[in-house]
Design a protein around this ligand. Structure first.
Ligand SMILES: *[C@@H]1O[C@H](CO)[C@@H](O)[C@H](O)[C@H]1NC(C)=O
Ligand SMILES: *[C@@H]1O[C@H](CO)[C@@H](O)[C@H](O)[C@H]1NC(C)=O
Length: 295
């Protein structure tokens, strides 16, 4: 049995289902014991950006990922906001929020395995472009196939070959927020020019100019000197920024295995107010912790 979105339908369908459900009724008291804290129904706060716009207003805490405080939920959920913005699947937000901010009902309702698999298949390429695997925490085989579960009523069509989207790190909305999000998914940022971009297997390889200036992050001198970046699976996707290599760029990256991946690239000329604004904001900005989420 799947529950479809939007939530008005969910509630209409749930009430009869819960009353007549043949499945063992798992009261919150039982769950509460295993959590050590009995679940509460709370308003979804505005700064829980991932789920504030999901379509319902109340959520259970602890959630289905065993986050016990709202502060923890916000911190962990923050890492996923960029993924929702990338629009890899129309059900990403519903899927993630069914776990991070579960609908307030008297038993936990998990996302359907089909929804999980569909989001996973659409979004894994984007996550991999940033060097993150699909996390074990979201292993779809954990989620129910036949039991009551949450789904969306849209079938995502694979994108048609002629509207190929830009490589994810090249998507370049020039807003300080987007630049910050890219920064947060990165381990370092530098200012430099690019000498050459060439295709290597499925990737694009970026050879940088000798002059490189660290903007933020953890590269030591030796690493900075040797730095070569890869745009993962970037052989075929368009990257507008690389069409004219005369520019100076803000380049972001992170280490994945033995290589450095390009995670963001923004043109940086004298008129780039957005880059300056983003860098200023970065000083006081608290990035969500990808490492703890994407495990
Ligand atoms: C997901 O979990 C199942 C069962 O626990 C396991 O067999 C499988 O290898 C896991 N998949 C991944 C991708 O880790
Ligand atoms: C799902 O979509 C189909 C076709 O668009 C529609 O006929 C059906 O009523 C929808 N079901 C729900 C539960 O929204």
């Amino acid at each position: 049995m799947c529950i479809f979105w939007p939530p008005r339908l969910v509630l209409a369908m749930l009430v009869p289902i819960l009353v007549t459900s043949e499945y063992e009724y798992l009261g919150w008291k039982d769950l509460g014991d295993s959590y050590g804290k009995s679940p509460q129904c709370m308003d979804i706060p505005e700064d829980l950006r991932l789920c504030y716009t999901v379509g319902y207003h109340r959520m259970l805490l602890p959630n289905l990922l065993e986050h016990e405080t709202m502060a923890e939920v916000k911190q962990q959920a923050g890492s996923w906001v960029p993924l929702v913005h990338k629009r890899c699947h129309s059900g990403t937000q519903v899927f993630l929020c069914s776990l991070f901010a579960p609908v307030c009902l008297d038993r936990p309702i998990y996302p359907c395995r089909k929804l999980c698999e569909s989001v996973r298949d659409s979004c894994t390429p984007i996550m991999e472009a940033f060097g993150f695997p699909w996390p074990e925490m979201l292993n779809c085989s954990k989620f129910p196939q036949d039991d009551l579960c949450i789904s969306t009523n849209t079938t995502d069509m694979p994108p048609s070959p002629d509207d190929s989207p830009a490589c994810p790190p090249c998507e370049n909305e020039m807003s300080p927020e987007v630049i910050l999000e890219h920064m947060c998914a990165s381990e370092f940022a530098i200012k430099t020019k690019i000498k050459e971009a060439k295709i290597e297997n499925l990737d694009k390889k970026l050879i940088l100019q000798k002059r490189r200036k660290t903007v933020s992050g953890n590269l030591n001198k030796e690493e900075l000197k040797k730095l070569v970046l890869y745009l993962k699976n970037g052989a075929d996707c368009p990257c507008q920024q690389l069409e004219n290599l005369g520019n100076t760029y803000l380049i972001m990256g992170r280490k994945a295995g033995k290589r450095y991946l390009l995670t963001g690239i923004h043109k940086w000329d004298k008129s780039s107010k957005e880059v300056k604004k983003a860098l200023k904001k970065l000083k006081s900005h608290k990035c969500p912790v990808y490492e703890t989420v994407f495990k």
